[in-house]
Structure formats: C-alpha cells, structure tokens
Design a protein around this ligand. Structure first.
Ligand SMILES: Cc1cc2nc3c(=O)[nH]c(=O)nc-3n(C[C@H](O)[C@H](O)[C@H](O)COP(=O)(O)OP(=O)(O)OC[C@H]3O[C@@H](n4cnc5c(N)ncnc54)[C@H](O)[C@@H]3O)c2cc1C
Length: 304
C-alpha cells in the first residue's frame, strides 16, 4: 500500500483504549452508558441524556458541544443523518504455540480468490482480507453483506457462525497461509460498519432513466417511493426504427438510504421482435437493388 515505514495497521481495541488513556491523563472523565437524547435549543446543543450501564434511570449532562460518534447507530440519535450501514463478519485465528511468532510474514493481504464451481454454488470470486498481528494471531475479514438489518444496540449484534466458518474455509483451502500457521478460530465477530456516510450536500435533483425495448407497450413502473416528476420520451439507438420508450423519474435529495427495487411491467408484441430483422433485411435488399441498377446503367461517355 505504501513504502516500508509509511503505513501501518492498528489494532482497533488497543488503539482506542490507548487514546482513552491519553485523554484521561489530560483530565477527561469517562462515563459509560447509552445516550438516549441529544438536547438542543434553537439549534444549539444544551445536553445529553443517557442511561448508565449499571443503572436504569436516565441521567442528564449539560453540554454546549456534543461530538456524536455512535457509528452506524448515529441516526438513532439524529435520524436525519444520511448514514448507510453494512455488516461484515471477521475471525481471529490463533496460531499453534509451536509456531515461531515471526514465521508468518507481517503483510496485510487484500486477496481475490477465484472459487471453483461446486454442486452447491457456481464459480465465484471472493475477496477476504488477511492481517497477521504481532501477538501470533491473524485477523481475517470477510465480505460485507446486507442479510440482516442493524439491530437496536451494539449488544444485540448476533454472530452468524456459518459466515465465520466460510472465511476460515476460504483462507485455509486457498493455501494463502500455510496450514501449519493456522491454529484455531478464537473470535468470530459480526460488527456493523457505517461504510457509506454522505454528509456533503446532496445534488438537488437526480434523474433516473428507464429505457425499455423498442415496441414495448402497456408500460407500468412501480418505484419504491414517489418521484417529483415523471416524463416519457423516446430514445433511438443502433438499428432502431421507431425508438425505445424511455421513462425518466426526477427525485430530490436522494441518499443511499433510498436504494430500493423498482418493478416494471410491459408487453412486447411479436411484431416488435421482427422489427430489427425487417430493418436489416430492407437495408440489404436496398443495397442489392442499388447494385443491380448500378450494373445496368452505363455511365461511360461515348463518342458519337
Ligand atoms: C469487518 C470490518 C472491517 C473493517 N475494516 C476496516 C479497515 O481495514 N480500515 C478502516 O479504516 N475501516 C475498516 N472498517 C470500518 C471501520 O470499522 C469503521 O469505519 C469505524 O469503526 C467507524 O468508527 P466509529 O467510531 O465511527 O463507529 P464504531 O466503531 O461503530 O463505534 C460506534 C460506537 O458507538 C457506540 N454506540 C452506539 N450507539 C450508542 C449510544 N446510543 N450511546 C452510546 N454509545 C453508542 C457503539 O457501541 C460503538 O462502540 C471495517 C468495518 C468492518 C465491519
């Protein structure tokens, strides 16, 4: 990723715990609890309400400045935040104690593994990441997925064991890391991540164009939410004669949170399928007729 000495990986827990230690040394007081409300008055922060980990009663802290760092859970405190979440499983593998701590090269690997076709699934490419750590463990991160919604709190996050086993299978079978270095899986995690955060201003309008096959009729489109406007037009492209019906939706202030499935129904009569062969045949016949005519016309200038 960068020349030696220019990049490094940090252990998330050790890194954040160390930052907290430094802050505490400078007089920061650490209070552990679940924030429930960010209070404000006329747009100015006034305080935070939270429930302490060892309590049930809400406590209030006055504040004129609040830093919200609840990651994927931030919209539970400020719902307007356009934060999109995803989850990814990861595992930590402890090498057998017989393995020399320096035997596994300390390189982070961003892999791309082509998996062969099996009776259960087709051929696919997966991209697990591998990070050996100095404490004889190897952190391996699997792909992101959207099979489960974000749970209400971090304590409700559940582990999907099969997803962790899958990462283990990919890495151990690929031979990327010698089998002798692979011990046992010590941790199987399913954290959520706010992988796409858009806090920059949105373009006011977004256009979504749906182009249908030439000759399509009775078109009906069902977007996940109503557009600001909808227009119909025609788009003529290669070998088209009458053009393809186009429906354009205009949306305002779209974010990734609006992502959804659009359903469309339409009919294409059999005659429309013949339109292109007819156009090609007509063009060829025209050329043929021109060629015949050209052979019969004598364009030479004769002396009379
Ligand atoms: C498998 C995986 C691999 C990743 N790999 C990388 C990588 O290699 N490099 C990289 O840069 N990024 C990586 N990321 C992304 C990175 O982890 C996140 O971008 C980062 O953790 C976000 O930090 P954060 O502090 O904003 O949120 P988080 O780390 O999610 O922290 C939010 C914290 O807020 C707490 N919280 C939530 N609600 C409340 C509440 N109401 N009151 C009090 N506390 C609350 C949560 O418990 C949590 O501790 C990865 C993410 C995943 C899932």
């Amino acid at each position: 990723m960068a020349p030696s000495g220019d990049s490094a990986q940090v252990h998330p827990y050790l890194f954040t715990a160390y930052l907290l230690k430094l802050a505490a040394e400078k007089g920061v007081e650490f209070v552990k609890g679940r924030a429930t409300v960010l209070e404000s008055d006329s747009g100015h922060a006034t305080g935070v309400r939270y429930i302490p980990v060892d309590g049930t009663e809400e406590v209030h802290i006055p504040a004129d400045c609040i830093i919200l760092a609840a990651g994927p859970w931030s919209p539970s405190l400020i719902p307007a935040l356009p934060i999109v979440t995803t989850r990814a499983h990861s595992i930590v593998i402890k090498s057998p104690s017989s393995v020399d701590p320096n035997a596994v090269a300390p390189y982070a690997l961003f892999t791309s593994l082509a998996l062969p076709k099996t009776p259960r699934r087709g051929a696919e490419t997966v991209t697990p990441e591998i990070y050996p750590r100095p404490n004889q463990t190897i952190y391996m991160c699997g792909p992101g997925d959207s099979r489960a919604p974000l749970p209400p709190t971090v304590d409700d996050v559940e582990v999907e064991k099969a997803a962790c086993e899958q990462i283990w299978e990919w890495i151990s079978e690929s031979g990327i890391i010698e089998r002798w270095a692979l011990g046992e899986v010590t941790t199987c995690r399913r954290p959520f991540s706010c992988n796409v955060i858009t806090i920059c201003p949105m373009p006011p309008y977004s256009l979504l164009k749906l182009v249908f096959p030439e000759g399509a009729t009775d078109i009906e489109v069902f977007p996940p939410f109503a557009p600001q406007s909808m227009t119909r037009s025609t788009h003529i492209t290669y070998l088209d004669t009458i053009g393809r019906p186009v429906i354009t939706f205009a949306y305002k202030d779209l974010t990734d949170r609006h992502a959804g499935v659009i359903y469309a129904t339409y009919k294409v009569p059999f005659s429309a399928h013949l339109q292109k062969p007819k156009a090609v045949a007509t063009a060829f016949l025209g050329l043929f007729a021109l060629a015949i005519m050209a052979r019969r016309v004598d364009l030479r200038i004769s002396k009379t």
